[in-house]
Design a protein around this ligand. Sequence first.
Ligand SMILES: C[S@@+](CC[C@H](N)C(=O)[O-])C[C@H]1O[C@@H](n2cnc3c(N)ncnc32)[C@H](O)[C@@H]1O
Length: 414
Amino acid sequence: MAGYHNGSVPEPLLPALARLRTDLLDAERLVRAVAAGRRKGEWPAFRRVELRWVDLRDGRLLQVVTYDERQAFTRNVSAGEALAAIDELLAQPYGNWHVDTVDGSVQLRVTKSGDAQVHRATSPPRDAVDRSHDRSKRRLIEPADPVLRAVGISDRDGRIKPSRRDKHRQVEEFLRALDPVLGVAMDAAGDGAVRVADLGCGNAYLTFAAYRWLELRGVPAELTGVDVRPQARERNARLAESLGWSATVGFVESSIDAAELPPPHMVLALHACDTATDDALARAVRWQVPVVLAAPCCHHDVQRQLSHQVAPLPYGALTRHGILRERFADVLTDAVRASLMRLLGYRVEVVEFVDSVHTPRNTLLRAVRTGAEPEPGQIREYRELIDQWTIQPALAERLADQLAPALRRDPTDG
Ligand SMILES: C[S@@+](CC[C@H](N)C(=O)[O-])C[C@H]1O[C@@H](n2cnc3c(N)ncnc32)[C@H](O)[C@@H]1O
Protein backbone atom coordinates (compact mmCIF):
# COMPACT_ATOMS: atom_id res chain seq x y z
CA MET A 1 0.00 0.00 0.00
CA ALA A 2 3.00 2.26 -0.09
CA GLY A 3 2.76 5.48 -1.99
CA TYR A 4 -0.75 6.57 -1.04
CA HIS A 5 -1.32 9.99 0.42
CA ASN A 6 -3.59 9.66 3.39
CA GLY A 7 -6.51 11.69 4.60
CA SER A 8 -7.77 15.09 3.90
CA VAL A 9 -5.65 16.54 1.08
CA PRO A 10 -7.13 15.81 -2.34
CA GLU A 11 -4.67 14.69 -4.98
CA PRO A 12 -4.81 14.35 -8.77
CA LEU A 13 -7.13 11.52 -9.77
CA LEU A 14 -5.19 9.78 -12.54
CA PRO A 15 -2.03 8.93 -10.55
CA ALA A 16 -4.20 7.81 -7.62
CA LEU A 17 -6.15 5.48 -9.92
CA ALA A 18 -2.89 4.21 -11.40
CA ARG A 19 -1.73 3.17 -7.91
CA LEU A 20 -5.09 1.49 -7.39
CA ARG A 21 -4.52 -0.47 -10.60
CA THR A 22 -1.35 -1.96 -9.10
CA ASP A 23 -3.34 -3.25 -6.11
CA LEU A 24 -6.12 -4.62 -8.32
CA LEU A 25 -3.67 -6.50 -10.53
CA ASP A 26 -1.90 -8.08 -7.58
CA ALA A 27 -3.42 -11.57 -7.57
CA GLU A 28 -1.60 -12.45 -4.34
CA ARG A 29 -2.50 -9.42 -2.24
CA LEU A 30 -5.92 -8.29 -3.46
CA VAL A 31 -8.74 -9.55 -1.27
CA ARG A 32 -11.61 -7.64 -2.85
CA ALA A 33 -12.37 -4.33 -4.53
CA VAL A 34 -15.64 -2.49 -4.97
CA ALA A 35 -16.43 0.45 -7.25
CA ALA A 36 -19.71 2.26 -6.67
CA GLY A 37 -21.33 5.68 -6.68
CA ARG A 38 -20.84 8.09 -9.52
CA ARG A 39 -19.15 11.36 -10.29
CA LYS A 40 -21.18 14.51 -10.62
CA GLY A 41 -23.20 14.51 -13.85
CA GLU A 42 -21.75 11.18 -15.04
CA TRP A 43 -23.12 7.64 -15.09
CA PRO A 44 -20.97 4.50 -15.00
CA ALA A 45 -22.07 1.57 -17.15
CA PHE A 46 -22.94 -0.45 -14.03
CA ARG A 47 -24.26 0.63 -10.66
CA ARG A 48 -21.55 -1.32 -8.82
CA VAL A 49 -18.62 -3.59 -9.60
CA GLU A 50 -16.83 -6.09 -7.36
CA LEU A 51 -13.46 -7.61 -8.18
CA ARG A 52 -11.55 -10.48 -6.59
CA TRP A 53 -9.12 -13.15 -7.67
CA VAL A 54 -10.57 -16.66 -7.53
CA ASP A 55 -9.01 -20.09 -7.95
CA LEU A 56 -10.79 -22.18 -10.57
CA ARG A 57 -9.83 -25.25 -12.59
CA ASP A 58 -8.20 -22.99 -15.18
CA GLY A 59 -6.02 -21.33 -12.57
CA ARG A 60 -6.33 -17.99 -10.80
CA LEU A 61 -8.79 -15.71 -12.58
CA LEU A 62 -10.09 -12.22 -11.95
CA GLN A 63 -13.75 -12.43 -11.04
CA VAL A 64 -15.67 -9.35 -12.15
CA VAL A 65 -19.21 -9.01 -10.78
CA THR A 66 -21.24 -6.13 -12.18
CA TYR A 67 -24.60 -5.06 -10.78
CA ASP A 68 -27.43 -3.21 -12.40
CA GLU A 69 -30.60 -2.22 -10.55
CA ARG A 70 -31.94 -5.74 -10.58
CA GLN A 71 -29.24 -8.37 -10.82
CA ALA A 72 -25.58 -9.31 -10.76
CA PHE A 73 -23.52 -10.55 -13.74
CA THR A 74 -20.37 -12.57 -13.07
CA ARG A 75 -17.50 -13.15 -15.49
CA ASN A 76 -14.04 -14.58 -14.90
CA VAL A 77 -11.13 -13.02 -16.74
CA SER A 78 -7.73 -14.63 -17.31
CA ALA A 79 -4.64 -12.97 -15.86
CA GLY A 80 -3.62 -11.96 -19.39
CA GLU A 81 -6.87 -10.10 -19.96
CA ALA A 82 -7.12 -8.65 -16.47
CA LEU A 83 -5.19 -5.45 -17.23
CA ALA A 84 -7.58 -4.48 -20.03
CA ALA A 85 -10.63 -5.35 -17.91
CA ILE A 86 -9.32 -3.33 -14.95
CA ASP A 87 -8.41 -0.34 -17.09
CA GLU A 88 -11.88 -0.37 -18.58
CA LEU A 89 -13.39 -0.24 -15.10
CA LEU A 90 -10.98 2.41 -13.82
CA ALA A 91 -12.01 4.58 -16.78
CA GLN A 92 -15.66 4.43 -15.68
CA PRO A 93 -16.86 7.49 -13.71
CA TYR A 94 -17.30 5.75 -10.35
CA GLY A 95 -17.40 8.06 -7.36
CA ASN A 96 -15.78 5.57 -4.96
CA TRP A 97 -13.33 2.72 -5.00
CA HIS A 98 -12.75 0.55 -1.99
CA VAL A 99 -9.87 -1.92 -2.14
CA ASP A 100 -9.07 -4.51 0.53
CA THR A 101 -5.68 -6.19 0.40
CA VAL A 102 -4.06 -8.70 2.72
CA ASP A 103 -2.48 -5.93 4.76
CA GLY A 104 -4.93 -3.04 4.65
CA SER A 105 -7.53 -1.13 2.73
CA VAL A 106 -7.76 1.93 0.53
CA GLN A 107 -10.83 4.11 0.08
CA LEU A 108 -10.65 6.45 -2.90
CA ARG A 109 -13.39 9.02 -3.27
CA VAL A 110 -13.64 11.37 -6.22
CA THR A 111 -14.34 14.90 -4.97
CA LYS A 112 -16.74 17.36 -6.59
CA SER A 113 -13.78 19.04 -8.28
CA GLY A 114 -12.63 15.71 -9.76
CA ASP A 115 -9.66 15.06 -7.47
CA ALA A 116 -9.05 11.90 -5.45
CA GLN A 117 -9.44 11.84 -1.69
CA VAL A 118 -7.66 8.75 -0.45
CA HIS A 119 -7.91 7.14 2.97
CA ARG A 120 -5.62 4.27 3.76
CA ALA A 121 -5.74 1.91 6.72
CA THR A 122 -3.24 -0.81 7.46
CA SER A 123 -4.23 -4.01 9.23
CA PRO A 124 -2.34 -7.05 10.52
CA PRO A 125 -1.45 -9.26 7.51
CA ARG A 126 -4.03 -11.95 6.79
CA ASP A 127 -2.70 -15.50 6.59
CA ALA A 128 -5.18 -16.76 4.07
CA VAL A 129 -7.53 -15.23 1.55
CA ASP A 130 -10.69 -17.09 0.65
CA ARG A 131 -10.33 -17.53 -3.11
CA SER A 132 -13.06 -20.10 -3.49
CA HIS A 133 -15.57 -19.40 -6.21
CA ASP A 134 -18.40 -19.33 -3.65
CA ARG A 135 -18.48 -15.78 -2.36
CA SER A 136 -21.27 -16.39 0.15
CA LYS A 137 -18.76 -17.16 2.92
CA ARG A 138 -17.00 -13.82 2.66
CA ARG A 139 -17.43 -11.84 5.85
CA LEU A 140 -17.29 -8.09 6.23
CA ILE A 141 -16.10 -8.44 9.81
CA GLU A 142 -14.29 -11.60 10.87
CA PRO A 143 -16.18 -13.61 13.53
CA ALA A 144 -13.11 -13.45 15.79
CA ASP A 145 -13.04 -9.65 15.60
CA PRO A 146 -12.91 -8.22 19.15
CA VAL A 147 -16.01 -6.13 18.44
CA LEU A 148 -18.21 -9.09 17.61
CA ARG A 149 -16.98 -10.79 20.76
CA ALA A 150 -17.61 -7.69 22.89
CA VAL A 151 -21.21 -7.26 21.69
CA GLY A 152 -21.88 -10.96 22.23
CA ILE A 153 -22.34 -12.05 18.63
CA SER A 154 -19.23 -14.27 18.77
CA ASP A 155 -18.09 -16.47 21.63
CA ARG A 156 -14.72 -16.34 23.35
CA ASP A 157 -13.23 -18.65 20.71
CA GLY A 158 -14.27 -16.25 17.97
CA ARG A 159 -17.18 -18.29 16.63
CA ILE A 160 -20.60 -16.85 15.87
CA LYS A 161 -22.97 -17.97 18.65
CA PRO A 162 -25.82 -20.07 17.23
CA SER A 163 -28.34 -17.84 19.04
CA ARG A 164 -26.88 -14.74 17.36
CA ARG A 165 -26.50 -16.13 13.85
CA ASP A 166 -29.57 -14.38 12.50
CA LYS A 167 -28.70 -11.02 14.04
CA HIS A 168 -25.18 -11.37 12.69
CA ARG A 169 -26.44 -11.97 9.16
CA GLN A 170 -28.91 -9.10 9.44
CA VAL A 171 -26.13 -6.74 10.48
CA GLU A 172 -23.67 -7.99 7.84
CA GLU A 173 -26.21 -7.72 5.04
CA PHE A 174 -27.39 -4.34 6.27
CA LEU A 175 -23.81 -3.08 6.00
CA ARG A 176 -23.45 -4.64 2.57
CA ALA A 177 -26.53 -2.70 1.49
CA LEU A 178 -24.95 0.43 2.89
CA ASP A 179 -21.82 0.00 0.82
CA PRO A 180 -23.12 1.47 -2.48
CA VAL A 181 -24.28 4.71 -0.83
CA LEU A 182 -21.48 5.19 1.69
CA GLY A 183 -19.71 7.53 -0.73
CA VAL A 184 -22.67 9.93 -0.64
CA ALA A 185 -22.35 10.27 3.13
CA MET A 186 -18.58 10.64 2.83
CA ASP A 187 -19.04 13.40 0.26
CA ALA A 188 -21.41 15.18 2.62
CA ALA A 189 -18.93 14.84 5.50
CA GLY A 190 -16.12 16.30 3.38
CA ASP A 191 -12.91 16.32 5.39
CA GLY A 192 -14.67 15.56 8.69
CA ALA A 193 -15.89 12.37 10.26
CA VAL A 194 -19.02 10.76 8.83
CA ARG A 195 -21.71 11.24 11.50
CA VAL A 196 -24.04 8.25 11.73
CA ALA A 197 -27.16 7.91 13.91
CA ASP A 198 -28.55 4.45 14.64
CA LEU A 199 -32.13 5.16 15.72
CA GLY A 200 -33.76 2.52 17.93
CA CYS A 201 -30.35 0.92 18.40
CA GLY A 202 -31.34 -1.61 21.13
CA ASN A 203 -28.24 -3.63 22.00
CA ALA A 204 -26.32 -1.73 19.33
CA TYR A 205 -25.10 -4.74 17.35
CA LEU A 206 -25.46 -2.65 14.22
CA THR A 207 -23.99 0.50 15.78
CA PHE A 208 -20.79 -1.24 16.86
CA ALA A 209 -20.49 -3.33 13.71
CA ALA A 210 -21.02 -0.27 11.51
CA TYR A 211 -18.31 1.63 13.36
CA ARG A 212 -15.90 -1.28 13.04
CA TRP A 213 -16.71 -1.72 9.36
CA LEU A 214 -16.02 1.96 8.71
CA GLU A 215 -12.82 1.75 10.75
CA LEU A 216 -11.62 -1.24 8.70
CA ARG A 217 -12.24 0.82 5.57
CA GLY A 218 -10.31 3.77 6.92
CA VAL A 219 -13.41 6.01 7.05
CA PRO A 220 -13.34 8.38 10.04
CA ALA A 221 -16.75 8.20 11.71
CA GLU A 222 -18.75 9.19 14.77
CA LEU A 223 -21.70 7.02 15.68
CA THR A 224 -24.57 7.74 18.01
CA GLY A 225 -27.07 5.11 19.06
CA VAL A 226 -30.46 6.33 20.24
CA ASP A 227 -32.83 4.21 22.27
CA VAL A 228 -35.61 5.01 24.64
CA ARG A 229 -34.54 2.29 27.12
CA PRO A 230 -32.15 3.50 29.85
CA GLN A 231 -30.61 0.01 30.17
CA ALA A 232 -29.63 0.12 26.48
CA ARG A 233 -27.70 3.36 26.92
CA GLU A 234 -25.94 2.16 30.07
CA ARG A 235 -24.93 -1.19 28.63
CA ASN A 236 -23.86 0.20 25.26
CA ALA A 237 -21.88 3.08 26.77
CA ARG A 238 -19.99 0.58 28.97
CA LEU A 239 -19.22 -1.52 25.90
CA ALA A 240 -17.97 1.51 23.96
CA GLU A 241 -15.68 2.36 26.85
CA SER A 242 -14.35 -1.19 27.09
CA LEU A 243 -13.49 -1.02 23.39
CA GLY A 244 -11.78 2.36 23.84
CA TRP A 245 -14.34 4.01 21.56
CA SER A 246 -16.09 6.40 23.94
CA ALA A 247 -14.89 9.43 22.01
CA THR A 248 -16.44 8.31 18.74
CA VAL A 249 -19.29 5.95 19.65
CA GLY A 250 -21.90 7.43 21.98
CA PHE A 251 -25.39 6.59 23.16
CA VAL A 252 -28.38 8.76 23.94
CA GLU A 253 -31.35 7.70 26.02
CA SER A 254 -34.28 9.32 24.27
CA SER A 255 -37.24 8.75 22.04
CA ILE A 256 -36.23 9.09 18.40
CA ASP A 257 -38.37 12.17 17.83
CA ALA A 258 -36.84 14.10 20.73
CA ALA A 259 -33.19 13.01 20.54
CA GLU A 260 -30.81 15.93 20.49
CA LEU A 261 -27.98 15.25 18.07
CA PRO A 262 -26.02 17.22 15.52
CA PRO A 263 -27.56 16.42 12.10
CA PRO A 264 -26.01 13.15 10.90
CA HIS A 265 -24.79 12.35 7.41
CA MET A 266 -26.41 8.95 7.61
CA VAL A 267 -29.38 7.53 9.52
CA LEU A 268 -29.70 3.80 10.17
CA ALA A 269 -32.75 2.10 11.67
CA LEU A 270 -32.84 -1.67 11.93
CA HIS A 271 -36.18 -3.00 13.13
CA ALA A 272 -37.26 0.11 14.98
CA CYS A 273 -40.69 -1.07 16.18
CA ASP A 274 -43.89 -0.09 14.38
CA THR A 275 -44.05 3.69 13.98
CA ALA A 276 -40.55 4.17 15.45
CA THR A 277 -39.43 3.61 11.85
CA ASP A 278 -41.63 6.57 10.87
CA ASP A 279 -40.03 8.60 13.67
CA ALA A 280 -36.61 7.71 12.24
CA LEU A 281 -37.59 8.61 8.67
CA ALA A 282 -39.23 11.85 9.81
CA ARG A 283 -36.12 12.88 11.76
CA ALA A 284 -33.96 12.05 8.76
CA VAL A 285 -36.10 14.20 6.44
CA ARG A 286 -36.08 17.13 8.88
CA TRP A 287 -32.32 16.89 9.29
CA GLN A 288 -32.02 16.60 5.47
CA VAL A 289 -29.81 13.57 6.02
CA PRO A 290 -28.04 12.58 2.77
CA VAL A 291 -28.31 8.79 3.30
CA VAL A 292 -31.04 6.86 5.11
CA LEU A 293 -31.30 3.09 5.54
CA ALA A 294 -34.31 1.74 7.37
CA ALA A 295 -35.39 -1.89 7.70
CA PRO A 296 -38.86 -1.63 9.24
CA CYS A 297 -40.16 -4.01 11.86
CA CYS A 298 -43.78 -4.77 12.73
CA HIS A 299 -46.43 -2.62 11.01
CA HIS A 300 -49.37 -2.29 13.40
CA ASP A 301 -50.40 1.24 12.57
CA VAL A 302 -51.80 0.76 9.04
CA GLN A 303 -52.98 -2.74 9.94
CA ARG A 304 -55.17 -1.26 12.68
CA GLN A 305 -56.55 1.33 10.29
CA LEU A 306 -57.35 -1.29 7.64
CA SER A 307 -59.18 -3.50 10.12
CA HIS A 308 -61.60 -0.65 10.93
CA GLN A 309 -62.70 0.16 7.43
CA VAL A 310 -64.11 -1.25 4.22
CA ALA A 311 -61.55 -1.73 1.47
CA PRO A 312 -62.11 0.16 -1.82
CA LEU A 313 -63.73 -1.89 -4.56
CA PRO A 314 -62.62 -4.39 -5.79
CA TYR A 315 -59.90 -4.91 -3.19
CA GLY A 316 -61.92 -6.38 -0.33
CA ALA A 317 -60.23 -9.73 -0.93
CA LEU A 318 -56.89 -8.19 0.05
CA THR A 319 -57.97 -7.34 3.59
CA ARG A 320 -60.76 -9.78 4.43
CA HIS A 321 -58.52 -12.41 6.00
CA GLY A 322 -56.31 -11.51 8.93
CA ILE A 323 -53.09 -12.95 7.52
CA LEU A 324 -53.56 -11.29 4.13
CA ARG A 325 -54.51 -8.00 5.79
CA GLU A 326 -51.34 -8.19 7.86
CA ARG A 327 -49.15 -8.82 4.82
CA PHE A 328 -50.92 -6.26 2.71
CA ALA A 329 -50.55 -3.67 5.50
CA ASP A 330 -46.78 -4.31 5.48
CA VAL A 331 -46.62 -3.69 1.74
CA LEU A 332 -48.90 -0.66 1.85
CA THR A 333 -47.00 0.90 4.76
CA ASP A 334 -43.60 0.59 3.10
CA ALA A 335 -44.92 1.65 -0.31
CA VAL A 336 -46.38 4.78 1.28
CA ARG A 337 -43.16 5.47 3.19
CA ALA A 338 -41.16 5.22 -0.03
CA SER A 339 -43.64 7.49 -1.88
CA LEU A 340 -43.49 10.08 0.88
CA MET A 341 -39.70 10.10 0.91
CA ARG A 342 -39.75 10.62 -2.87
CA LEU A 343 -42.15 13.53 -2.54
CA LEU A 344 -39.78 15.06 0.00
CA GLY A 345 -36.66 15.00 -2.12
CA TYR A 346 -35.21 11.50 -1.81
CA ARG A 347 -34.34 8.82 -4.34
CA VAL A 348 -35.62 5.61 -2.75
CA GLU A 349 -34.97 1.94 -3.42
CA VAL A 350 -36.92 -0.77 -1.65
CA VAL A 351 -34.89 -3.98 -1.56
CA GLU A 352 -34.65 -7.31 0.26
CA PHE A 353 -31.46 -6.90 2.29
CA VAL A 354 -31.18 -10.37 3.84
CA ASP A 355 -32.66 -13.77 3.16
CA SER A 356 -36.01 -14.33 4.89
CA VAL A 357 -34.60 -17.31 6.83
CA HIS A 358 -32.71 -14.76 8.95
CA THR A 359 -35.74 -12.53 9.58
CA PRO A 360 -39.15 -12.15 7.98
CA ARG A 361 -38.60 -8.38 8.38
CA ASN A 362 -36.16 -8.22 5.51
CA THR A 363 -37.32 -5.20 3.55
CA LEU A 364 -34.94 -2.26 3.39
CA LEU A 365 -35.69 1.31 2.37
CA ARG A 366 -32.51 2.85 1.06
CA ALA A 367 -32.85 6.55 0.41
CA VAL A 368 -30.45 9.17 -0.89
CA ARG A 369 -31.34 12.83 -0.67
CA THR A 370 -31.36 14.56 -4.05
CA GLY A 371 -33.51 17.58 -3.14
CA ALA A 372 -35.49 17.01 -6.36
CA GLU A 373 -39.00 18.42 -6.48
CA PRO A 374 -41.74 15.82 -6.90
CA GLU A 375 -43.21 15.10 -10.33
CA PRO A 376 -46.96 15.72 -10.74
CA GLY A 377 -47.42 11.98 -11.42
CA GLN A 378 -45.78 11.07 -8.11
CA ILE A 379 -48.02 13.49 -6.25
CA ARG A 380 -51.18 12.11 -7.88
CA GLU A 381 -50.12 8.52 -7.25
CA TYR A 382 -49.58 9.21 -3.57
CA ARG A 383 -52.86 11.10 -3.17
CA GLU A 384 -54.91 8.41 -4.89
CA LEU A 385 -53.32 5.68 -2.82
CA ILE A 386 -54.13 7.46 0.43
CA ASP A 387 -57.61 8.54 -0.67
CA GLN A 388 -58.63 5.11 -1.91
CA TRP A 389 -57.52 3.33 1.24
CA THR A 390 -58.51 6.23 3.51
CA ILE A 391 -55.46 5.75 5.67
CA GLN A 392 -53.48 8.32 7.60
CA PRO A 393 -49.87 7.18 7.42
CA ALA A 394 -47.85 7.92 10.54
CA LEU A 395 -45.02 9.37 8.44
CA ALA A 396 -47.38 11.79 6.68
CA GLU A 397 -48.65 13.01 10.04
CA ARG A 398 -45.15 13.55 11.33
CA LEU A 399 -44.14 15.50 8.23
CA ALA A 400 -47.44 17.27 7.54
CA ASP A 401 -45.84 20.73 7.46
CA GLN A 402 -43.29 19.66 4.82
CA LEU A 403 -45.74 17.57 2.85
CA ALA A 404 -48.35 20.30 2.36
CA PRO A 405 -46.15 22.51 0.14
CA ALA A 406 -44.85 19.43 -1.75
CA LEU A 407 -48.41 18.31 -2.54
CA ARG A 408 -49.38 21.80 -3.69
CA ARG A 409 -46.92 21.44 -6.56
CA ASP A 410 -49.44 19.29 -8.45
CA PRO A 411 -50.63 21.54 -11.31
CA THR A 412 -53.90 19.60 -11.61
CA ASP A 413 -54.75 20.57 -8.05
CA GLY A 414 -57.46 23.22 -8.15
C1 LIG B 1 -36.56 -4.61 17.83
S1 LIG B 1 -35.41 -3.62 18.65
C2 LIG B 1 -34.14 -3.48 17.44
C3 LIG B 1 -32.84 -3.07 18.04
C4 LIG B 1 -31.68 -2.97 17.07
N1 LIG B 1 -31.84 -1.94 16.09
C5 LIG B 1 -31.40 -4.31 16.43
O1 LIG B 1 -31.79 -4.49 15.27
O2 LIG B 1 -30.82 -5.17 17.07
C6 LIG B 1 -36.18 -2.03 18.63
C7 LIG B 1 -35.55 -1.02 19.58
O3 LIG B 1 -36.14 0.25 19.32
C8 LIG B 1 -36.35 0.92 20.55
N2 LIG B 1 -37.44 1.88 20.32
C9 LIG B 1 -38.72 1.61 19.99
N3 LIG B 1 -39.40 2.76 19.83
C10 LIG B 1 -38.53 3.77 20.05
C11 LIG B 1 -38.63 5.18 19.99
N4 LIG B 1 -39.77 5.78 19.64
N5 LIG B 1 -37.55 5.91 20.30
C12 LIG B 1 -36.37 5.31 20.62
N6 LIG B 1 -36.21 3.96 20.66
C13 LIG B 1 -37.28 3.20 20.39
C14 LIG B 1 -36.69 -0.18 21.53
O4 LIG B 1 -36.41 0.20 22.85
C15 LIG B 1 -35.79 -1.32 21.05
O5 LIG B 1 -34.57 -1.33 21.74
